[in-house]
Design a protein around this ligand. Structure first.
Ligand code: ASP
Ligand code: SER
Ligand code: ZN
Length: 342
């Protein structure tokens, strides 16, 4: 796929390829504005039984884009910070009223509530961290997934109550986010950094290496040949300021479908494709039970204890199995060009 067919310049998110009729919330969010998104995100966590964000969160965070004449620039990639390993939690964002930022706000608030939940006298400062780094990324992304399901959106009055939704398209959109991210995260990003740090990749080969990994793992090519004098990898903020950790997101995608399955099957008893987490204290209690031990327990033991199973992609595969069936029918007789295994 030519890279410029996608609005996301790294091809990490292909959701722009489908518009799920009846569930588009861009217009709704635009009307409400960016502050609403942050407040509503907080309300969602509160509805699950989490506390209000501390006053300092609002005073000390930088949540919205800076004016062009501000005299400084900021990295507009979202992040969340645990300033003192205690109650001082802040976020750096540049929230705009669209669906992408809706998901990102919920993602960052997941970090913030994780920080706050394990900051208790029982957890030593040095272990105030996620059970593993994938867990930390999973919490808010899980809430982001839940926040775009039909029952949730209808329950909040964000889309029409009678909206007819094409389930295959909805699953497709989710796959173009959560599945497509894996060959990018665990493939391109991780292998590039391995070349860079473990194999001392020479600067004049950086672009070549980058685009060869992009082609291999993502099936994406640049719009035209990229000169070796550039390092396109350095446009990705994590390459610069979060080295060698990007596979966290791949692990988190696997974990969050395990968490989601537990919540939808065991707690809410709702179809996992169409849940409404809003107001479920039992869901909040489950999430808090995952969060409150911080890094004091081995994560594999922790996972077994709370979910009864080891880390596995089964929940994710089960979730997307109706889509797999649909795609096999749609593509009967065609050859696919990306390999199943590399
Ligand atoms: N900071 C987050 C990411 O890097 C959320 C985002 O901007 O998509 O995980
Ligand atoms: N938030 C991460 C990024 O923007 C993973 O999606 O790259
Ligand atoms: Zn994150």
């Amino acid at each position: 796929m030519p890279a410029h067919w996608l609005p996301n310049r790294w091809g990490q998110d292909w959701t722009a390829l489908v518009d799920v009729e009846g569930l588009n919330i861009d217009g709704y969010l635009k009307e409400k504005g960016p502050e609403f998104i942050v407040k509503q995100g907080e309300e969602f966590y509160i509805s699950l039984g989490f506390p209000q964000l501390p006053e300092t969160f609002y005073v000390k965070s930088s949540l919205y884009p800076v004016d062009a004449d501000a005299g400084y620039k900021k990295n507009n990639h979202a992040s969340a910070w645990h300033m003192d390993y205690d109650k001082d939690v802040r976020s750096l964002m540049s929230v705009e009223p669209n669906t992408e930022w809706w998901g990102t706000v919920l993602h960052e608030l997941g970090h913030i509530y994780y920080y706050s939940t394990y900051s208790t006298p029982q957890i030593p400062l040095i272990l105030r961290n996620g059970a593993n780094r994938g867990y930390h990324e999973a919490m808010g992304s899980l809430i982001g997934l839940a926040s775009l399901q039909k029952s949730f959106l209808q329950g909040r009055g964000m889309v029409d109550k009678n909206a007819k939704v094409d389930e295959a398209q909805l699953l497709m959109r989710e796959a173009l986010d959560y599945i497509v991210h894996i060959p990018w995260g665990a493939g391109v990003m991780t292998h590039f950094e391995n070349e860079l740090y473990a194999k001392n990749l020479s600067p004049d080969l950086m672009n070549q290496e980058w685009w060869s990994l992009v082609k291999k793992y993502q099936g994406i090519v640049p719009p035209s040949n990229r000169d070796d004098k550039y390092c396109d990898a350095a446009t990705k903020t994590h390459i610069v300021n979060d080295p060698a950790q990007y596979y966290d997101y791949s692990i988190s995608n696997v974990l969050l479908f395990m968490f989601h399955k537990h919540i939808s099957d065991k707690i809410l008893k709702q179809d996992s494709h169409n849940t409404n987490y809003w107001g479920s204290k039992a869901t909040g209690d489950f999430l808090k039970s995952l969060m409150e031990t911080g890094a004091t327990e081995d994560w594999r033991t922790h996972l077994k204890k709370h979910l009864g199973s080891e880390m596995s992609a089964k929940a994710m595969l089960d979730y997307f199995s109706p889509l797999m069936k649909y795609l096999k029918e749609q593509n009967k007789g065609r050859n696919y060009t990306l390999p199943e295994k590399i």
